[in-house]
Design a protein around this ligand. Structure first.
Ligand code: 5GP
Ligand code: ZN
Length: 113
């Protein structure tokens, strides 16, 4: 989609540090990491937010979770990690293309702020 930052990252128009890619998923390091390991997983189609997941596109979400498990294994995140999907204004979403944060290599507090 035009003017979507993450669509531009997927197409390569905006550079990123890739950590994973397949037919459905692209994942890259976050530019402002909130943990020693912080990657962002996006579907290769434009879905606006978690509120727009439906039966037509939910395969992309399943593929993202498979990719997260693969990256967690490759990165040896045996101590654990957190997956976060922010949604909308109150959810703290700043980029309007569905994405899942993978945060690891520090002790993450719960509940989040
Ligand atoms: P949100 O706040 O929408 O849940 O997450 C958006 C994330 O995208 C933020 O963690 C932010 O640091 C990251 N981000 C924003 N612009 C860029 C960029 O140009 N490149 C990369 N790699 N990450 C970005
Ligand atoms: Zn997009």
């Amino acid at each position: 989609m035009e003017d979507c930052l993450f669509c531009k990252i997927i197409s390569g128009d905006v550079p990123s540090t890739k950590v994973y890619e397949d037919e459905y998923v692209y994942a890259f390091l976050d530019i402002a990491p909130q943990a020693p390991f912080h990657a962002v997983f996006v579907p290769k189609i434009h879905i606006k937010s978690p509120a727009f997941i439906d039966s037509e596109n939910s395969l992309y979400v399943a593929k993202i979770y498979e990719a997260i498990a693969t990256v967690a294994k490759n990165e040896k995140l045996e101590k654990g990690f957190r997956v976060v999907a922010n949604c909308g204004e109150d959810g703290g979403q700043t980029v309007g293309h569905l994405h899942f944060h993978l945060l690891a290599r520090r002790n993450l507090q719960w509940p989040p702020g």
